[in-house]
Design a binder for this molecule. Structure first.
Ligand SMILES: *Cc1c(COP(=O)(O)O)cnc(C)c1O
Length: 417
C-alpha cells in the first residue's frame, strides 16, 4: 500500500486504509484487480451518468483521438467544439448564448466569477461583492473555496480566501429568512450570487424547493445582481430534469456545467453566459477581452465525448431511465426511512439521502466506519459526515439498486445495533 508514490485526494494516508485497484468498469459495476465486483452507487463521485465505458462515448473518444488530439483554442477552432457549442445552445435555456470551455467544475466556477467581475468593471460600474449560500460547495481552488462553506476542508487556507456575503440555507418553513438576506445583500450592490440549484451536494445533499429558487432569481434580477447557477452536480438529469433550474422555470445569467457533460468519461467543463456578459467584454479594445485560458481549453477528444453524450440524450430514452430510477429511489428510501437510525430522508430526482444519528460534521467517526463496511460488502458509497446518499448511474438495474439498499440496511443495523 505505502509502496505507491501516489498521494490520493481527500485521503488520510496515515490511517493506512485499503485503496482498491480498479481494472475495468461497465454500466454500474466496477471490477477490481482482485476480482471483486463493486456496485458504483455514487457514480464515481457524481460524474458517471449513463454508465461506465458506454460504447458510444468510448467510440467517439477513440475516433477523435486518431483524428485531432489537441489544438490551441485561442485564435483557433475545430469541429467537435463548434458542434458541442451549437448542441448546447439548442439544449440549454435560450438566453444562454456564449459557451466558454474549461476542464473541471472548479474552473467553470472560477471562470463564472471572473466573467461576473469583468462584466461590472467593463461597464464602468465596478461591483465586487459575491453573495453565496451557507453550506455551498463550488470546488477546491482558492477562488471556489472562497465562495464555498468554510470548515475542516479549508481551515488551513482561510487567510487566502476572499470575503463574501453568505445567506442562510433555505430550511423548509424558514425560506423567507433566506430571501430577506438575499434582498439585503443585493440591495447593497452585489456583483453576483452563486448557488447550487435545488440540491447542495457536498454540503450534505441538502434540498430546497423550486419556488425558493425562482424567488431568489427574481430578487437578483430586480437588483441587477448576476445569478450564477452552479449545476456542476445537478446538471445532466441528476435532479430529474436536464437542469435543476428548469423545475423553477428560471434562466441564470451564467451557468456552470461539468461532471456529466461528457457522460463522466473524460474531464471537460463549460461556463455558458448570457449575451450582455459577452457584450461587456466584446470591444475593439484588447484590454477588455476575457483574460482566461487553460492549456487544454476545449480539448477535441473531450468535446467529442461530450458530443456523444448529447447524442445519447437525443437518441436513448434517458428521461425515462431517470424517471424510473427516481421512482425506485423514492420507494427504497421510503422503506429504509422506517429504520430507527434514519433521520431526514430526502430525495430529488435520482438522488436519495438521509442522515444517521446525531449530526457532528464531516470528521465524524461514523463516516469512515460505514465506508469500510460498504467496501467490505462491495458497494461504493461514501458518506458525507453523517449523511448517506445514493446517486447511481442511470443504467443501474433494479436488482443492483435493491442490493445497495439491502447493504445500507445491514450497515445501519451494525452501527446502531
Ligand atoms: C464537484 C463540484 C464542483 C467542482 O468540480 P470539480 O470538477 O471537482 O472541480 C463545483 N461545484 C459543484 C456544485 C460540484 O458538485
Amino acid at each position: 500500500m505505502s509502496e505507491s508514490p501516489i498521494w490520493h485526494p481527500f485521503t488520510q494516508h496515515g490511517l493506512g486504509e485499503p485503496i482498491p485497484k480498479v481494472a475495468r468498469a461497465e454500466g454500474a459495476v466496477l471490477h477490481t484487480e482482485d476480482g471483486a465486483q463493486v456496485i458504483d452507487a455514487i457514480s464515481s463521485w457524481w460524474v458517471t451518468t449513463h454508465g461506465h465505458s458506454h460504447p458510444r462515448l468510448a467510440a467517439a473518444i477513440a475516433e477523435q483521438a486518431s483524428r485531432l488530439d489537441q489544438i490551441i483554442f485561442a485564435g483557433w477552432t475545430h469541429q467537435p467544439a463548434e458542434e458541442l457549442a451549437t448542441g448546447l445552445r439548442a439544449m440549454m435555456p435560450p438566453g444562454l448564448t456564449r459557451v466558454f470551455f474549461s476542464d473541471s467544475g472548479s474552473t467553470s466556477v472560477e471562470v463564472a466569477l471572473k466573467m461576473a467581475l469583468g462584466y461590472w468593471r467593463n461597464r464602468g460600474e465596478p461591483r465586487e461583492r459575491i453573495v453565496v449560500m451557507d453550506n455551498g460547495y463550488h470546488g477546491d481552488t482558492i477562488g471556489t473555496m472562497s465562495v464555498g462553506a468554510r470548515g475542516a476542508f479549508n481551515r488551513a487556507y482561510e487567510p487566502l480566501l476572499f470575503d463574501v456575503t453568505s445567506i442562510p440555507f433555505p430550511q423548509a418553513g424558514a425560506e423567507q429568512a433566506t430571501l430577506d438576506a438575499l434582498e439585503r445583500a443585493c440591495a447593497g450592490g452585489a456583483a453576483a450570487f452563486i448557488v447550487e440549484p435545488l440540491v447542495l451536494g457536498a454540503g450534505g445533499m441538502l434540498v430546497y424547493d423550486a419556488g425558493t429558487l425562482a424567488e431568489m432569481r427574481r430578487i437578483c434580477a430586480a437588483h441587477g445582481t448576476l445569478f450564477i447557477a452552479d449545476e456542476v452536480m445537478t446538471g445532466w438529469g441528476r435532479t430529474g430534469t436536464l437542469l435543476a433550474c428548469e423545475q423553477a422555470g428560471i434562466e441564470p445569467d451564467i451557468l456552470c456545467l461539468s461532471k456529466g457533460l461528457t457522460g463522466g468519461a473524460v474531464p471537460l467543463a463549460v461556463t455558458i453566459a448570457s449575451e450582455p456578459i459577452f457584450e461587456a467584454h466584446c470591444s475593439s479594445d484588447r484590454a477588455r477581452m476575457f483574460f482566461h485560458s487553460s492549456s487544454y481549453t476545449a480539448n477535441p477528444i473531450a468535446c467529442a465525448a461530450a458530443n456523444a453524450n448529447l447524442a445519447i440524450w437525443r437518441a436513448e430514452p434517458v428521461a425515462e431511465r431517470i424517471a424510473a430510477l427516481a421512482a425506485r429511489q423514492d420507494e427504497r428510501l421510503a422503506e429504509l426511512a422506517r429504520h430507527p437510525a434514519v433521520r431526514q430522508p430526502r430525495q430529488m430526482g435520482t438522488i436519495a439521502a438521509f442522515d444517521v444519528g446525531e449530526a457532528d460534521g464531516y470528521l465524524s467517526g461514523l463516516a469512515p466506519r460505514m465506508l469500510a463496511m460498504f467496501r467490505e460488502r462491495d458497494v461504493l458509497l461514501r458518506p458525507l459526515g453523517n449523511t448517506v446518499y445514493v446517486m447511481p448511474p442511470y443504467c443501474i438495474t433494479a436488482a443492483q439498486l435493491d442490493r445497495v439498499y439491502a447493504v445500507i440496511g445491514e450497515v445501519l443495523d451494525a452501527v446502531t445495533g
